[in-house]
Write a protein that binds this ligand. Structure first.
Ligand code: SAH
Ligand code: SF4
Length: 351
């Protein structure tokens, strides 16, 4: 009777052990958990009646035990070239969250949100303007991946995930890590940790904690400035954990995990793009195993920063090249549908 009184838990928020535990409460053996994970994450089948290796009574009972639905409603906007899509997922309770899929020559990448809004209020970010509405639950993060995989018909068995959508992933640490473990599960989607990158504005204690997780996740830190005076203004969390502490935590992370850390640097015309900035940035980059990713500022309505010209981006990159280990310039994808970095925050193509 209990199962009919309560809202069943979302299947997408359960890892293999949770699922086996829940099933054992209904006297089902543990291997049923593996079978269900294989149907849902490997064969992308969410209709219990089609899960042919499960006994009939369990099939009939599954919808009462677990919620197998994704978002309440999903809208998709695609760029004209069909390479970038913005997904707006309506969650239980009516809030919306945005995710983006991007196809480049080399790979398909899903950009995930971890919160609705964000409390950290970086000076150039649309999500920061919203303030924090709420954290996402693990199932709401996993649902973004499944929704985008469905859209692309799971044709790419290898795709990358980046936590670079709405919200600060390390401020919603437990749900983000739970979602990552669910996606990483070898009997489920089996997504390699090396394909997942977590981007943070610089929550130092959580960066240190992430280094102890025994997962080889990619780490990107949002540096954006080379002096504390400027970073205090652009990324206010710098007042709590200044550049030196952030880089120290990033270096420790890189050493433990054995991967280069990405230093993200959003270029704001006339603000952080001088030769002196380039010199300091490359000195930072040389001090730890790292690569630099330059992001030309993407316009946000209501904010008045300047997008640098392609020439000034190239000039800045040119200053860095001879001095820095690796420099890339992030392609701007999805600007026409308000899906580029920093533009997620309820902006619509018509806005
Ligand atoms: N909260 C995380 C991840 C989300 S944003 C973080 O801050 O790292 C992904 C990247 O886009 C971050 O480096 C962020 O600082 C940057 N960004 C935010 N707004 C931007 C904008 N308008 N133009 C370009 N980059 C932006
Ligand atoms: Fe939050 Fe990241 Fe935007 Fe800063 S850049 S306000 S941390 S989502």
């Amino acid at each position: 009777m209990i199962e009919t009184l309560q809202q069943p838990p979302s299947l997408f928020g359960l890892d293999r052990d949770d699922l086996a535990r829940q099933l054992s409460a209904f006297s089902e053996p543990g291997y049923r958990a593996d079978q269900i994970l294989a149907w849902v994450y490997r064969r992308h089948e969410r209709d219990p009646m089609r899960m042919s290796n499960l006994p009939g009574p369990l099939r009939a009972r599954l919808p009462g035990l677990f919620d197998l639905s994704l978002a309440r409603n999903v809208t998709v906007n695609s760029t004209r070239d069909g390479l970038t899509q913005k997904f707006v997922l309506e969650l239980a309770g009516g809030m919306r969250v945005e995710s983006v899929s991007m196809r480049t020559e080399r790979r398909l990448t899903f950009c995930l949100s971890s919160q609705v809004g964000c409390a950290l209020k970086c000076a150039f970010c649309a999500t920061g303007l919203m303030g924090l509405k709420r954290n996402l639950a693990a199932e709401e993060i996993v649902a973004q991946v499944v929704t985008m995989g469905d859209y692309h018909r799971w044709k790419d068995d290898r795709f990358n995930l980046v936590f670079m959508g709405m919200g600060e992933p390390l401020a919603n640490y437990d749900a983000v890590l739970k979602a990552i473990r669910i996606l990483h599960e070898p009997r489920g989607l089996n997504l390699g940790a090396r394909r997942i990158t977590v981007s943070t504005s610089g929550l130092v204690p959580q960066i240190r904690r992430l280094g102890e997780e025994d997962l080889q996740l990619g780490l990107a830190v949002s540096l954006h400035a080379t002096t504390d005076a400027l970073r205090d203004q652009l990324v206010p969390v710098n007042k709590r954990w200044p550049i030196r502490e952030l880089l120290d935590a990033a270096a420790t992370y890189g050493r433990i995990v054995g991967r280069r850390v990405t230093l993200e640097y959003t270029l704001l015309g006339g603000v952080n793009d001088t030769f002196a900035d380039a010199e300091r940035l490359s000195a930072f980059a040389r001090a730890l195993p790292s690569k630099i990713n330059l992001i030309p500022y993407n316009p946000v309505p209501g904010l008045h920063w300047q997008r640098p010209t392609p020439e000034s981006v190239q000039r800045f990159a040119g200053w860095l090249y001879p001095r820095s280990p690796a420099v890339t310039v992030r392609q701007t994808l999805g600007g026409e549908i308000w899906a580029a970095c920093g533009q997620l925050g309820g902006l619509s193509p018509a806005a």
